[in-house]
Design a protein around this ligand. Structure first.
Ligand SMILES: [Ca+2]
Ligand SMILES: [Ca+2]
Ligand SMILES: [Ca+2]
Length: 438
């Protein structure tokens, strides 16, 4: 039994090894060995199948901070933790509705105490909201058929999960938007028939969520793909929305909160038609590149030697801070999202250094660009993502470790070829400019 459970968990865990990341990183993922789940998770699973039978499939939240099969957290007035699990029946004659089970540890062993079926076809994310002195469970449910999701918030009273809020959305943030130390819900609504979406802020008061304020969003944005909360450079709280303008361009919209007014749209005004949006090619998203809470907004420019028409064109990402109606450039970086890293370009490199993949798997060459048949005037730097075991076996003798990932299983290696001139870079500078990108 134990062996079978462990194998089952191993297979399930393989899909979700990147706990805490905002998006799957295919390249990083492919090199990782999945972790085994712990004793407590095995006990919870055994308690669950005692109630449901063997024909179930656990559902893992697809995004957000809580990605494991079971969320273990204290949800009620009784001091010990409860466990929450999501699953679907795999029995042939049963509907495949999502179930949420709550388990509690009683007399030293886990027992299933409550089980309800939910809408949707997948669990997008789960968050624990700390609000009104209690812990609420917020569950984002997705539908495979469209872009609209459903948020449900539950309060656990010791024996049942009571639904206290339910609303459809295309993007959401659960955070303290109005800075009163209580978590709030900020939703981006699905587009109306006229094409408009709204940002809605709900605050928790007296046991339920009430609408505090709303803003109109730019109607030319057809779909929001990413939502991030953080700050502006003056310390004001702000929510950054990346969205598609049609199928060829992306843009960012920024919402803030002002005392007395509530939610405000800092980049779009429906009456003035005023827009501060900067469109870019597809692919880049807002990010806090230096983990200081202030979000950087990306712009994309082609690296030397590339044109938009070429498939696999490589872009330089210029990062901007938005404030008071203006974008100010902070820095430029090469971002490799599938391999989970970024390299800030020294200012002297911008416009003169380009990037290409090499014949070696997961290796990137940074080189001085020149016009003509041979664009590589001078090789400046190689960066390689590899298994630590291969590195330790001596497979990359000329490289040095500059960072690691996947609990140390993966290493990022750099090699600086012999070169001289104004564009040359030292390993010290490379280490300083290199950062993980999640
Ligand atoms: Ca409890
Ligand atoms: Ca709040
Ligand atoms: Ca930042």
């Amino acid at each position: 039994m134990r062996g079978r459970l462990l194998r089952l968990f191993g297979a399930l865990a393989a899909a979700f090894v990147l706990t805490g990341c905002s998006m799957p990183q295919s390249g990083v993922d492919s090199l990782l060995v999945p972790p085994l789940l712990n004793e407590e998770q095995n006990e919870i699973y055994a308690a669950l199948v005692r109630e449901t039978g063997d024909n179930i499939k656990l559902l893992y939240p697809q995004r957000g901070e809580n990605r494991s099969a079971f969320l273990v957290i204290n949800l009620d007035a009784e001091v010990t933790s409860e466990a929450v699990a999501f699953y679907q029946s795999t029995a042939a004659n049963v509907t495949s509705a999502i179930h949420m089970a709550v388990l509690d540890k009683r007399d030293g062993s886990w027992q299933s105490v409550h089980d309800i079926s939910l809408d949707g076809t997948q669990v997008e994310d789960i968050s624990v909201m700390r609000t009104g002195g209690v812990s609420l469970l917020a569950v984002g449910l997705g539908y495979s058929s469209d872009n609209t999701s459903l948020l449900k918030v539950y309060s656990f009273n010791g024996s049942t999960m009571d639904e206290i809020y339910s609303q459809s959305y295309q993007a959401k943030i659960i955070s303290d938007i109005n800075s009163d130390n209580e978590d709030d819900v900020l939703l981006i609504t699905p587009a109306s028939e006229e094409g408009s979406s709204y940002g809605l802020l709900y605050l928790y008061r007296d046991g339920r969520f009430r609408l505090d304020s709303e803003v109109v969003l730019d109607p030319t944005i057809t779909r929001y793909s990413n939502i991030l909360d953080g700050y502006l450079i003056n310390g004001q709280r702000a929510v950054y929305l990346d969205g598609y303008r049609g199928s060829n361009a992306m843009s960012t919209e920024i919402l803030g909160y002002e005392e007395g007014t509530g939610l405000v749209n800092l980049t779009y005004d429906p009456e003035l038609g005023q827009r501060y949006a900067v469109d870019r090619a597809l692919g880049a998203a807002c990010y806090d590149t230096n983990r200081d809470g202030i979000i950087e907004v990306p712009g994309l420019t082609l690296m030397p030697g590339y044109t938009e028409e070429v498939s696999g064109a490589v872009y330089l990402t210029d990062w901007y801070h938005f404030f008071d109606g203006e974008y100010q450039k902070v820095k430029s970086s090469y971002v490799n999202s599938s391999q989970g890293y970024m390299l800030d370009f020294p200012e002297r490199w911008v416009g003169r250094v380009s990037v290409r993949r090499t014949v070696r798997a997961n290796e990137t060459l940074f080189y001085e660009y020149q016009n003509g048949d041979n664009p590589i005037r001078q090789e400046l730097l190689y960066i390689l993502m590899a298994r630590r075991s291969d590195w330790e076996a001596g497979e990359y003798p000329d490289y040095e470790i500059i960072d690691s990932a996947g609990g140390g299983q993966i290493v990022y290696l750099a090699r600086v070829p012999e070169h001289s001139g104004p564009l040359s870079v030292s390993l010290t500078e490379v280490k300083k400019n290199f950062n993980r990108y999640f």
